[in-house]
Design a protein around this ligand. Structure first.
Ligand code: B12
Ligand code: SF4
Ligand code: SF4
Length: 380
């Protein structure tokens, strides 16, 4: 495979950009060491799936499955890494908003119009996996025509045992910013990654010689993301303690949130965009707005009123968020996050909601509501 051919096919399949890396790539060992150190330092919080180890004779003591692509996929010789933008002309989380508005992360606003003309939530996992399948089919078709043999392939969007940003950097898609996001020099960081691993070799005689492409780090002396992170999750440039990240707390973490982090969560009720919103590489003047028809912003999720989110009952929650990334937080998880945002709002009108939740059976919701009541009392 050559980089240019793969890029053209990925764009045909609907991706905005794509890169290609021969495996193992030149920085495999460096990236493995970074991942191992990250896990060893306990930065993964309760996301145990990141800490899975290889099975077999080493068992529990085996190597971390995700540290090297070759552990779970010994047959993999190349990684095609694709990028799909999800930016829109909607406001940023750092822009002024109505009093009592919460924030749902930009990536979770995605929607598309279905065959009957109705706009419905879309989930990037499904949307992009379908495109990876189309890309794989395109490669198989070309191989068949040219009478080459079969090959192995496996596509992942988010959920596979691979560190996608490390592969994206190796494939020449961009650089790792100090906020730990993959930044594409033209498209910014508001984009999803999708990976197709194959057993095909990267062509050594392609026009670029199959040489690894690297995009230089363009963060320079900037440190806006580090200064803006409200919970201190960016503990150093390029280093995140996920257990402190609002995205982790509001989406992945179940149960009670440690009180010390609640004030920093501000109005974020699902995910967090702050370290990307402040990044000059995402400035609306520099970055083109995504025209991806399957990842369009749902206007009802931009700056949602906390009262509206609080008032949803379980069946309304399902109706609104079935097929949307927001569902991952769960009904009670979202309520818990709303309770924290209400506490941070300074708005006395939220006291009745918090009183109601302060006796909830769910510990996460109950403790957030009690904390919120205290916070509002103190801010009067
Ligand atoms: C776990 C996870 C999270 C965790 C932990 C995030 C983290 N920074 O590690 C939480 C829940 C906090 C999270 C949050 C978000 N996530 Co997330 N997440 C993942 C997941 C499943 C695994 C990431 C992982 O392995 N982390 C462990 C660390 C070690 O890996 P890493 O940061 O990805 O790797 C790079 C850096 O750590 C760097 N590094 C480490 N040490 C050093 C030292 C130096 C000097 C340098 C230069 C680099 C460096 O090396 C790695 C490769 O470049 C990936 C999907 C996947 N399978 O990879 C999505 C993924 C990373 N997430 C994604 C998204 C969209 C988000 C959010 C934007 C969602 C939101 N708005 O709330 C935020 C972004 C927060 C942020 N600033 O990163 C996208 C990122 C797209 C992009 N352009 O970067 C991914 C790739 C999913 C996807 N398929 O699109 N996420
Ligand atoms: S996503 Fe939010 S909490 Fe997480 S590192 Fe970025 S600014 Fe900090
Ligand atoms: S805000 Fe600045 S330091 Fe942070 S990722 Fe963007 S350019 Fe790099």
């Amino acid at each position: 495979m050559s980089r240019e051919q793969v890029r053209a096919w990925a764009r045909e399949a609907g991706f905005a950009e794509a890169g290609l890396a021969a495996l193992p790539h030149v920085h495999s060992e460096r990236d493995a060491a970074r991942f191992e150190e990250w896990v060893r330092a306990g930065r993964a919080g309760t996301m145990c799936y990141l800490e899975r180890r290889e099975s077999g004779p080493g068992g529990e003591d085996g190597r971390l499955l995700r540290s090297r692509v070759g552990i779970p996929f010994p047959w993999a010789r190349s990684a095609i890494v694709c990028f799909a933008g999800y930016d829109s002309a909607q406001p940023r989380s750092i822009d002024p908003a109505a009093e009592g508005a919460g924030w749902i992360a930009r990536y979770a606003w995605s929607s598309k119009v279905d065959a009957s003309g109705v706009r419905r939530p879309s989930d990037y996992h499904k949307v992009l996996l379908k495109r990876l399948k189309a890309l794989e089919a395109r490669i198989r078709e070309a191989r068949l025509r040219e009478q080459f043999g079969e090959f192995e392939a496996r596509g992942y969007v988010d959920t596979g045992p691979v560190v996608e940003r490390a592969l994206a950097t190796a494939a020449g898609l961009g650089w790792t910013g100090k906020n730990t996001c993959l930044i594409h020099p033209r498209l910014g960081s508001y984009g999803f990654l999708a990976v197709l691993l194959t057993s095909l070799e990267v062509e050594a005689d392609s026009p670029d010689g199959g040489a690894p492409l690297t995009v230089p780090d363009r963060c320079g002396s900037c440190r806006r993301c580090l200064d803006a992170c409200p919970t201190g999750a960016l503990i150093a440039p390029y280093q995140m303690d996920a257990a402190r990240c609002i995205s982790y707390l509001t989406i992945e973490h179940r149960g009670a949130i440690v009180p010390e982090l609640m004030a920093g969560m501000g109005r974020q009720v699902f995910g967090c965009d702050i370290c990307q919103d402040v990044c000059p590489w995402n400035s609306p003047r520099r970055t083109p707005v995504s025209a991806d028809p399957e990842l369009e912003a749902r206007a009802d999720l931009v700056n949602p009123a906390l009262e509206w989110l609080a008032s949803l009952d379980e069946s309304e929650f399902e109706q609104r968020f079935n097929g949307s990334p927001v569902r991952r937080a769960g009904f009670l998880g979202l309520k818990r996050n709303v309770a924290v945002a209400m506490g941070n709002s300074g708005q006395g009108r939220f006291v009745p909601w918090l009183h109601q939740w302060a006796e909830a059976a769910d510990e996460g919701l109950r403790s957030a509501a009690r904390w919120g009541l205290e916070k509002l009392r103190a801010s009067r």
